[in-house]
Design a protein around this ligand. Structure first.
Ligand SMILES: [Ca+2]
Length: 471
């Protein structure tokens, strides 16, 4: 062996060692999952043992918010690191055409910096069930990945006991109707019948394959449940008989101070859902969440079994929250608390488990995980590095969070301003966390209101000023 060859051998093994020394990243994103359905956020009925266990191993963020309360724009925002107000990525899009070819997505940033990047199922936007049925790419961004897989599933056509719970008075129409609505199927067969079952198995396969790879991985795993249709193997429905389901309280005159012109119209009345149908929706939602939790458990188990748990950062979240009957509201798009808040767990090997009450945004994931892996944070990224909160959960990086949907939400620790232009809602989140008492027309709070409006105006101006070009 010549000296020159020996030198190359030593150098190349040193190089691969330093690349392999970086932690892997496993990013798990559920679809339409509200924090209120998870045990680790206080739900006493819905069974989520795997996510709850992950929460005890990492940092659980109790005040994390999405930047848009529906799929496409929220995912484009968190994957590219721009507010929808800045990128204008607000529709059925990955965000790529809006931000341009010269900007790197979060996954692409890792791919360009020595990581093997892979996607399974819905990470950028996909229509559920329209893209999931045939297993299409949806609004994917191919430049983000070294490899990508879709997980087709039969959705509302899954064999089993199906029902349509929305716009079906008296349940006269039998079976689960297709489309984006409250249809449910207590499905025959095992997890592999379903998109999320296939997603979990593919993730397990890749995690085993990556064990001996000479570079770290960035693996993004997208589960589509509990997005409608609410379809899961039958056994996941069994812990939730109808008489165990408790709906949020029906408050008399709750809607008297919610502006009719702006709020979400997805109400029990507009969708003609009686009390039993409402409870059946919650039951099927919980079954879907428990199924998704079990699939999450399979992926985490593979990480453990291959000995990679100790060098992998695990992130679990959802693209936005969801209403399960609060104010008689359902689904997303609303900017009330249950719809704008997201579950967020970041688990970094070697860091102490914690619960963090400081404000955080999904847009912060890109810079934070870059920092944790020793990668440069792109200068034009609009998220903030919140990695310091993992060492000190009392640390505050943001004094307010910004979200959007039907209107704009500015949320500080104490106040929530839901702004619809000419109308709005103002809540004292310390005294009224369920948002029953809109203070916007109460003269006692005029000063608070003008302060929050100024703050929102300044924040919007700040994020819109960024032309995405600053480096
Ligand atoms: Ca979604």
């Amino acid at each position: 062996m010549t000296l020159r060859f020996l030198a190359i051998l030593i150098l190349s093994s040193a190089y691969s060692l330093s690349a392999r020394d970086k932690p892997n990243v496993l990013f798990i994103i559920s679809d339409d999952l509200t924090a209120t359905a998870l045990g680790c956020y206080g739900n006493k009925l819905c069974k989520t043992p795997n996510i709850d266990r992950l929460a005890t191993q990492g940092t659980l963020f109790r005040r994390a918010y999405c930047q848009a309360t529906f799929c496409g724009p929220s995912r484009a925002s968190l994957m590219f690191g721009y507010y929808p107000y800045a990128s204008k990525a607000t529709g059925y899009t990955s965000g790529r055409k809006e931000v341009g070819e010269d900007k790197d997505s979060w996954a692409q940033h890792f791919k360009k910096n020595g990581y093997h990047s892979a996607r399974i199922s819905k990470v950028f936007h996909m229509g559920v069930p329209t893209d999931i049925g045939p297993g299409r790419d949806g609004a994917d961004d191919p430049a983000s990945w070294n490899e990508a897989y879709n997980s087709p599933g039969p959705e509302s056509k899954t064999p089993g006991f199906g029902e349509t719970l929305q716009d079906n008075p008296g349940g006269l129409k039998k079976g689960a109707a297709g489309g984006n609505r409250f249809s449910t199927v207590e499905a025959d067969g095992d997890h592999l019948v379903h998109s999320d079952g296939k997603t979990a198995e593919k993730a397990v396969e890749l995690i085993h394959k990556y064990k001996d790879m000479n570079k770290p991985f960035f693996l993004a795993v997208g589960f589509v449940r509990p997005h409608v249709p609410l379809v899961a193997p039958r056994k996941y429905f069994e812990p939730y008989p109808i008489d165990k389901i408790v709906l949020p309280p029906k408050i008399p005159n709750d809607w008297d101070d919610i502006p009719m012109n702006s709020a979400n119209r997805r109400t029990s009345a507009n969708w003609q859902m009686d009390l039993i149908q409402q409870k059946k929706v919650v039951r099927a939602y919980y079954a879907s969440v428990s199924f998704m939790d079990a699939m999450t458990g399979k992926v985490l188990k593979a990480l453990q079994e291959t000995g990679q748990r100790d060098n992998t950062i695990v992130i679990f979240t959802s693209d936005h929250g969801y209403h399960l009957g609060e104010h008689d509201l359902w689904m997303k798009v609303s900017i009330h608390e249950e719809s704008a808040k997201v579950p967020l767990i970041i688990c970094v090997p070697g860091k102490k488990p914690a619960v963090c009450h400081s404000l955080a945004e999904l847009i912060d994931l890109y810079p934070t995980v870059s920092k944790l892996c020793g990668l440069k944070i792109p200068g034009n990224n609009q998220g903030k590095d919140i990695s310091g909160m993992l060492d000190d959960p009392a640390l505050k990086v943001r004094d307010a969070v910004l979200s959007s949907g039907k209107g704009r939400l500015l949320r500080t620790e104490k106040w929530a301003l839901l702004d619809y232009g000419k109308t709005g809602e103002l809540y004292d989140m310390e005294k009224d966390p369920k948002q029953y008492n809109n203070l916007i027309n109460d003269s006692k709070y005029a000063e608070v209101l003008s302060g929050m409006k100024e703050k929102l105006k300044a924040k919007l101006a700040e994020v819109q000023k960024n032309d995405l070009g600053e480096k």
